[in-house]
Every structure is written in structure tokens, then in C-alpha cells.
Write a new protein. Structure first.
Length: 271
């Protein structure tokens, strides 16, 4: 049995993610343009990112006015209930800007600092992933009903399909390319999807053996990390640390530790 509060938070996250995903999918203007930039001129925000975050925070605030928020597009409220919502209203903005399908809405609920519920909606796939702490990871999609997720069986690193992402700051992405170049001969292959939340869910669903990235923020990670862990994957950062901005890693039990060792050896966490 999972905590009733966790289930309540999950249901609210699912409703918000569904409505924001529908807004983004159906409301995308043909002449969509960049509204602002973040870390660099190629790290963009669109008007739809901003609209989706407002929809999510308004909906949640109506039902839970005492909760806090941390959102990519500026939502920052302390709250008094012990619950904080960590929101990426559009993870994969560049994909969305170009009309590519790999983008998502990611919503997690923390209770006293621990993530207890998470939802990642991927509208162009017609899929939604979700988890509550201790309740397993689940997904809905083109198949019948809900499907319980489980990461892939352990495979040696040389047979692993691993995804990563690249930063929008030129010096950082150049270093990331050097690390990827060293890794490629040691893996089955590397993929670059463009949405951290989707990559984490794909580890959970057994579509990837591993994923790593440097430079992620809490809203990129919160929901997907819980979903991956509840599907049996291991997650972390540098050895002995939790996923963080320096480095985030997720993988099957057979892939996680050797991948983490290589990333530490290759200095994936610094320039």
C-alpha cells in the first residue's frame, strides 16, 4: 500500500501533466518563436514553455494553495505544507521548437525534500510514465491499460545502449563531446534524444541500458529519477553522490557502476 497523500499528489500531477501536454501539442503555433534565452543564445525558451508552466502552477495552486513550487520558467514559492512541486513544463524545448517529437512535461512532488510522486508525459508518443515512492513505475501508451515498467536485465557494458545530452554552453559541450568519443568504443552505441526526462523514462522502460548527463537542474531530473529507480534502475552522480548538476547517471544494475567508473575516469563532471 502506498501513502494516500502520495497517491493524491500523483493524481494531481497526472491531471496537470495531461492538460499541459495537450496545450503544448494542440496549441503549438505554426510561427512558434523564441521568447528568451537562458544559459546561451541557443538555450531557448518559447512562449509555450511559459504558458504551460502557468497552467500547471495555477491548477495545482487551486487545489493545494499552501504548497511550494520550483519551476524551470521562474516559478519559485516556498510554501508551508511540506510539499514542493518541481516542474519542467517543456523538457526538450529545442526539439519542440523544431517540430521533433521527443519532448515532455515533467512534474514531481517532494514531501519534506524527498520525491514521492512523479509524472512524465510524452504527448507526441502518446505515452505517460508515473511512479510513487515504493509503488513501482508504470506507463500508459498505445498498449491496453497500464504497464508496469522494469529496466533491462543486466548486460555487459560493451553491449549497452546509452543516451546522453549536451550542454548549450560551447566550452562545456566540447568537453562532453570528448567524453562521448572516449565512451563510444566501449559501448554498443550512444544516443542523444534531447529530453532528460524522456531518457530516464526510457531507462525505466527497458529501451536504454543507461543514461548520463552533466549540467541538469532539479526540474530536469526529479520525476524521471524516481520513475527510473522504481523500475529497478540505479541512479546517482559522482561516486557516493546523488544525481546533481555536476553529473547525473541512471542505468541497469549491470551498467551503472562500470559507466560511473568510466565517467569519473574521463572527468565527465568538469571542463
Amino acid at each position: 500500500m502506498t501513502d494516500p497523500l502520495h497517491q493524491e499528489l500523483l493524481a494531481l500531477a497526472q491531471e496537470a501533466a495531461h492538460k499541459a501536454g495537450a496545450l503544448l501539442r494542440d496549441g503549438r503555433p505554426a510561427d512558434l518563436a523564441v521568447a528568451a534565452t537562458k544559459s546561451s543564445p541557443i538555450d531557448v525558451v518559447t512562449e509555450m514553455d511559459i504558458a504551460a508552466e502557468k497552467l500547471i502552477t495555477d491548477l495545482i495552486s487551486e487545489q493545494r494553495p499552501d504548497d511550494g513550487f520550483l519551476g524551470e520558467e521562474g516559478a519559485s514559492v516556498e510554501g508551508t505544507s511540506g510539499v514542493r512541486w518541481v516542474i519542467d513544463p517543456l523538457d526538450g524545448t529545442v526539439n519542440y521548437l523544431y517540430g521533433l517529437p521527443t519532448w515532455s512535461v515533467s512534474i514531481a512532488a517532494e514531501l519534506h525534500g524527498e520525491t514521492v510522486a512523479g509524472v512524465v508525459a510524452v504527448p507526441m508518443r502518446g505515452e505517460t510514465f508515473h511512479a510513487v515512492l515504493g509503488g513501482g513505475a508504470w506507463a500508459r501508451g498505445a498498449w491496453e491499460g497500464e504497464r508496469r515498467l522494469a529496466c533491462r536485465s543486466a548486460a555487459p557494458l560493451e553491449q549497452a545502449l546509452v543516451s546522453t545530452g549536451f550542454n548549450y554552453v560551447t566550452e562545456v559541450r566540447s568537453h562532453q563531446a570528448d567524453v562521448a568519443q572516449k565512451l563510444i568504443p566501449l559501448l554498443r552505441d550512444i544516443r542523444r534524444g534531447g529530453s532528460a526526462a524522456v531518457d530516464l523514462c526510457d531507462v525505466a522502460a527497458g529501451r536504454l541500458d543507461g543514461y548520463y548527463e552533466r549540467g541538469l537542474n532539479p526540474w530536469d531530473l526529479a520525476a524521471g529519477d524516481l520513475i527510473a529507480r522504481e523500475a529497478g534502475a540505479l541512479t546517482g552522480g559522482r561516486p557516493g553522490e546523488r544525481p546533481a548538476r555536476d553529473l547525473a547517471i541512471a542505468g541497469t544494475p549491470g551498467v551503472f557502476e562500470p559507466l560511473q567508473r568510466l565517467l569519473e575516469e574521463f572527468g565527465a563532471w568538469h571542463d
